[in-house]
Design a protein around this ligand. Structure first.
Ligand code: HSE
Length: 309
């Protein structure tokens, strides 16, 4: 294999109650990347479209992941990398994670698959560190494994893939304002009252249980975040109004996607998702803020191979 083209999905991290430990992958949004073996033993980013990102491989999430993998598994070739960003960095939909996870998956294929999905997640976390300063696993694990994932433990890393109920759909709105992950982490409380912790971890348990049982009512009841959302929502214009519109339109619930500014809503069934999409769209048109929207199934495959030769 000399060349490989892959698709790496956008992801929603946290999923309300699961700060830094829950995430899921999105079907209809992501990065397309091409990796070509070269004789020169170097990693070169040859093309980036759709975003203004560093070409220097040490400063580029995909470049840094590829470099770390070739250091761990030395070979007699280098790589040219082309990145086509399918959506904007800084959206809260795991843009750097898509590139990092895509690089981990593609380099592994070109090496003959020496690494497990868990090892790929660890490599991809290096890309997250380069891009946003913290080696967070929730987005990259969701992109690599697909579906819902729980990062059950960071040291040592343990990722669990959670089933996706058939009718679950995503509606998301991305207001075009900038929220840097670092800034969104700086506003978080460093200590939380025990009773809030109890509420939050009970909701994580409820959400996982609801996903296993396809119990949409339990999912709706558990999609609550009383710790991170209250601290971050002021960074997102009209957050409360969007959330209320989603719930009034029949969504299971809504919350902040990752560190924002994207707001996600989970819905049962295509018909309800269309209604939620339409009502949020109608509401946000009057805000004067530019935005994009997505309606998608939950991606259950994670990064996929598009072509190879
Ligand atoms: N879990 C991370 C956060 C995701 O909420 O800060 C960053 O996109």
């Amino acid at each position: 294999m000399k060349q490989i083209k892959i698709f790496s999905p956008a992801t929603v991290a946290n999923v309300s109650c699961g700060f830094d430990c829950l995430g899921f992958a999105v079907n209809d949004l992501g990065d397309t990347m091409t990796f070509t073996k070269t004789e020169q033993k170097e990693i070169t980013i040859t093309k980036i479209t759709g975003a203004d990102l560093p070409y220097e491989s040490n400063r580029n999430a995909a470049g840094a992941v590829a470099k770390a993998m070739l250091e761990k598994h030395p070979v007699d070739f280098g790589l040219d990398i082309e990145i086509h960003k399918g959506y904007t960095p800084g959206s809260g939909l795991g843009s750097s994670a898509a590139s990092s996870a895509g690089a981990a998956f593609a380099v592994n294929e070109l090496l003959g698959n020496p690494f497990s999905k868990l090892e790929l997640t660890k490599f991809a976390m290096l890309g997250e560190e380069i891009a946003c300063g913290s080696p967070i696993a929730d987005n990259v694990a969701a992109a690599i494994y697909g579906g819902f994932i729980l990062v059950q433990q960071y040291e040592p890393l343990h990722v669990i893939k959670i089933p996706v109920p058939d009718e679950l759909m995503l509606v998301a709105i991305h207001p075009q304002v900038e929220v840097k992950t670092k800034d969104a982490r700086d506003v978080l409380p460093t200590h939380i009252p025990l009773e809030d912790a109890v509420t939050q971890w009970a909701n994580v348990g409820g959400l996982i249980s609801g996903l296993y049982a396809s119990d949409y009512q339990l999912i709706a009841n558990s999609l609550k975040d009383i710790i991170v959302e209250p601290a971050r929502k002021h960074l997102i214009p009209y957050f409360d109004e969007v959330k209320q519109t989603a719930i009034d339109s029949g969504a299971l619930s809504a919350g902040i996607s990752g560190s924002g500014p994207t707001i996600f809503a989970l819905c049962k069934g295509q018909e309800n998702a269309k209604k939620v999409y339409q009502h949020i769209d109608n509401m946000y048109q009057h805000t004067g803020i530019n935005y994009t929207m997505v309606l998608s199934k939950i991606n259950t495959q994670g990064v996929i191979l598009l072509a190879s030769n």
